[in-house]
Design a protein around this ligand. Structure first.
Ligand SMILES: Cc1ncc(COP(=O)(O)O)c(C=O)c1O
Length: 376
């Protein structure tokens, strides 16, 4: 065994000791309470047929995009799609990235410059943190959803300030106080950047996201919407001004140095948006399912719930071993709920993360809330 292999094995053993070793599993086919497929689009037969039809309508399309957008991978189809998506979300322009991870990496690593300041909520997604790590700007975190702490930090920051938040936090499910934050950013001339990954298709009259629902589209410097969650496909878009789009095309390395999405993916994204426009029932059904879940919690479980209006509802079960064992009992009963452990979340706030979907049946939801009641 080489020295390098020894080091790797040691790191894995340390993880195992902490009870936080990650392992890949094939989905066991239980009732889905863990995926990001909030509206059930990834499994919708109608959407699948729409995508097949869109591909048939473009016999000239290739299986692969053949290169980066700046070389051979661009198409008028992709540019039209970007305009269509920007229009849907009420933005001047949009630039598609291969994933939400790439979008955040490209945006945060390239836009804030040396001597600028990035203030980020301490719970923002790893993709934002990684983008910030690649940036030359100074970066400080502020307390989660704490507008006063944010104001203190904006006051002591320099001239060019970027504020990074998620509209719905992926590990807690709660929403950022976007209106207050937008007001603050306006008052101090800071640039607000909102990751709408878990709000796309969930908030807004037609699923445009939380900034749109709150009438804040003009107050936000950039928004990131991902397609791999409620839209059931893959990829992401950065929305903002035409200038921002041109800047990203020139400076965002995760956009420049990668093969563009193939036609099939673009067709799937286009159809997912059209399906969202045509099928408002899924959004309504999702809201009903969330309400049903919350209504049926026992008082004991309700006391452990992290307050959330989104499709992500978390029940705090402190301790890696405890949350893992409880998740296992629930899985054995047929419900695919995953434990979120330390170090993904702070020690003591380990949790069961329940993702609700428009397709979860009432019976499944009542069965799950019943099982969760074992906690008390
Ligand atoms: C808040 C947030 N932003 C960005 C991403 C990354 O998006 P993608 O999965 O498309 O890379 C995720 C999840 O994956 C997320 O939860």
């Amino acid at each position: 065994m080489s020295e390098t292999e020894d080091k790797l094995r040691h790191a894995l053993e340390e993880r195992e000791k902490l009870g936080s070793l990650r392992e890949l599993r094939v989905s066991p086919g239980l009732a889905d309470f863990c995926s990001n497929d909030y509206l059930g689009f990834s499994r919708a037969e109608t959407l699948r047929e729409m995508i097949a039809e869109e591909v048939r309508k473009h016999p000239e399309s290739k299986s692969g995009s053949t290169g980066s957008r700046l070389i051979s991978g661009n198409s008028s189809y992709c540019e039209e799609l970007e305009s269509f998506i920007a229009g849907f979300h009420g933005s001047q322009s949009g630039l598609i990235f291969n994933s939400g991870y790439d979008a955040n990496l490209g945006l945060f690593s390239s836009v804030p410059q040396r001597n600028d300041t990035i203030l980020y909520d301490k719970l923002v997604h790893a993709s934002i943190r990684d983008g910030i790590r690649l940036s030359h700007a100074r970066a400080f975190s502020f307390e989660h959803n704490d507008v006063e702490d944010l104001e203190r930090r904006i006051k002591s920051a320099g001239s060019s300030v970027y504020v990074a938040v998620e509209s719905v936090y992926s590990m807690d499910g709660d929403c950022a106080p976007l209106s207050e934050m937008a007001k603050l950013c306006r008052a101090y001339g800071a640039n607000l950047i909102v990751d709408e990954a878990h709000a796309t298709g969930v908030f807004g009259r037609k699923g445009e996201g939380l900034a749109a629902e709150l009438g804040l589209t003009r107050d936000v410097f950039a928004r990131v919407h991902t397609f791999g969650k409620a839209l059931g496909t893959h990829g992401a878009v950065v929305l903002g001004s035409e200038t921002l789009r041109s800047y990203l095309i020139n400076f965002a390395r995760s956009f420049i140095y990668t093969t563009a999405l193939p036609f099939h993916s673009l067709a799937a994204i286009r159809c997912a948006y059209e399906y969202l426009l045509a099928d408002q029932e899924s959004m309504e059904r999702l809201a009903e399912r969330v309400a049903l879940f919350k209504r049926n919690l026992t008082d004991g479980v309700r006391a452990r719930i992290i307050e959330s209006q989104s499709a992500i509802q978390c029940v705090v079960v402190p301790g890696n071993a405890e949350v893992k064992s409880f998740a296992h009992q629930i899985q054995v009963a047929g419900y695919d709920v995953r434990p979120i452990m330390h170090p993904t979340v702070p020690a003591g706030s380990e949790r069961l993360r329940v993702c609700l979907h428009a397709f979860n049946t009432e019976e499944e939801i009542l069965g799950l809330t019943n099982k969760l009641g074992m906690l008390t």
